[in-house]
Every structure is written in structure tokens, then in C-alpha cells.
Design a binder for this molecule. Structure first.
Ligand code: URA
Length: 236
């Protein structure tokens, strides 16, 4: 692997910053200053130090993206832009994919990783990983609607949803919904079953992860070690 790729995918810096850091002697490979930022290194065997800190190789990457409208949750799509198109080339690794789906018009927290095993466990129905969404609806939600939500809603195909939590805004035209499952277009279909319609949907939590509100729409960052450990604890 190239040294700059190692540094960018470890979350140390961008490729340009890696170049600058190498020139400034702020990067050591096995105790020596490398010739350039694109030298080949063995991430598992070589000791890389960046600005005095030993950088431990991460086998997998975990990215939090604040998904904007208009992007599909896929690795490629013949027609639309995908969430991976929002990442710079230095963050792209083979095997990177969005962990779960948000509809094209849904915004907010998206986990992108190449750790297939963890993703699989987080998405497995039996894991019941909770996800909270901020929503707005076309018509006011009644108390009776909220009770139905909390008891389980029968969708148009006969599926009865697991009990969901709902907290309504004062105007009853929105609020927060927490699900512990992830059926196709679930919230959209739950509101349709109540003769209502979603006008805005944004995911703000996924398991232990909380959307970082310093991320603008379309921005991303690597997860912290703490967040990764929390996700591992979320899988059952
Ligand atoms: N439910 C939906 O209807 N859409 C999403 O994107 C997520 C949950």
C-alpha cells in the first residue's frame, strides 16, 4: 500500500497534507524519513509514525456520512449518483459499501464500511439495532396514530411492524421515530398505512452512532475508536 493511502485511510490527513508532512519530516517509516509520500509500505509490518504518533493499521474503515438528498445507497448505479460518489478517491477502498439503505430523498446518518462481517451483523433482523429518524408529515399525526405506531402498524402487504417509538412535535406535523427493524421504505409505508405522507426524513442515529452535526450535508468523517467499539457492542 502507498504511504499516503495508508495515512489518509487511517484518518491522519488528506493526500496533500501527507505530501507536506513527509516533506517536513513529520512522517517516519521504521524510524526513517521516507523519500516521498507515495512510497510503498507494508501496513502490517512497517512501523509508521505521523507527527510523533504511532499509527496502528486498521484492517477496515468505518465512515460516517451525512447523506444529502438525491444520492442512492448503493456502490454503483446506472442512473443516479451513489453515496460512494461523495467520498474522495483516497478514502475509497475495494469492498466499501453503505451499511443499510436510506431512500434517495432521505437525509442523514449513513455508515459506510468495508467490514462485511460487522455490517452483516448490524443489519441482521435479530440484532434489532435501533435507528432514530427526524420526520415531517403532510397531515398532523393524531394521538391515535401514535398509539398505532407504538403497537405495530399493518402495512399494505399485511406485514405488522414491530413496536416503534414516536415522539411528536407540538404541531403534530413531525417529530422523532425510532425503529428496531429496517423494512423497505418502512417509515414511508407506515405513514401511508395511516393515510398520511412523509415530507421530510432524516436519520439521526444508527445503534450507538449519532449524526455528527458538525458534518454538513455530503460531508463525512472516519468513526472514532469509541464509536467503532460501540457498534461492535451493538451486534448481538
Ligand atoms: N424508512 C423509509 O421510508 N425510508 C428510509 O430511507 C428509511 C426508513
Amino acid at each position: 500500500m502507498r504511504l499516503d493511502k495508508f495515512l489518509t485511510s487511517s484518518g491522519c490527513c488528506s493526500r496533500t497534507e501527507a505530501k507536506r508532512a513527509v516533506r517536513a519530516g513529520a512522517v517516519l517509516v521504521n524510524g526513517a524519513v521516507p523519500k516521498s509520500s507515495d512510497v510503498a509500505i507494508d501496513p502490517e509490518a512497517d512501523r509508521i509514525v505521523f507527527q510523533g504518533k504511532h499509527i496502528v493499521y486498521r484492517k477496515y474503515v468505518y465512515i460516517m456520512l451525512n447523506k444529502p438528498e438525491g444520492y442512492v445507497s448503493a456502490t454503483e448505479d446506472g442512473r443516479d449518483k451513489t453515496v460512494l460518489d461523495l467520498l474522495p478517491s483516497e478514502a475509497i477502498r475495494p469492498g466499501l459499501f453503505p451499511c443499510g439503505r436510506l431512500d434517495k430523498n432521505t437525509l442523514g446518518l449513513m455508515l459506510i464500511t468495508d467490514d462485511g462481517d460487522l455490517a452483516h451483523k448490524l443489519l441482521a433482523p435479530k440484532s434489532h439495532v435501533s435507528k432514530t429518524y427526524r420526520f415531517r408529515s403532510k397531515f398532523p399525526m393524531s394521538r391515535a396514530d401514535a398509539v398505532r405506531f407504538e403497537g405495530g402498524v399493518t402495512l399494505e402487504d399485511g406485514y405488522v411492524t414491530l413496536p416503534a417509538k414516536i415522539e411528536l412535535d407540538d404541531d403534530c406535523l413531525g417529530g422523532y421515530i425510532t425503529l428496531t427493524e429496517g423494512k423497505y421504505h418502512q417509515i414511508k409505508r407506515m405513514l401511508e398505512a395511516l393515510d398520511n405522507k412523509i415530507t421530510y426524513l432524516e436519520r439521526i442515529t444508527f445503534g450507538n452512532l449519532v449524526l455528527d452535526n458538525s458534518l454538513e450535508r455530503g460531508e463525512w468523517r472516519y468513526l472514532t475508536e469509541e464509536e467503532i467499539a460501540g457498534l461492535r457492542a451493538d451486534r448481538k
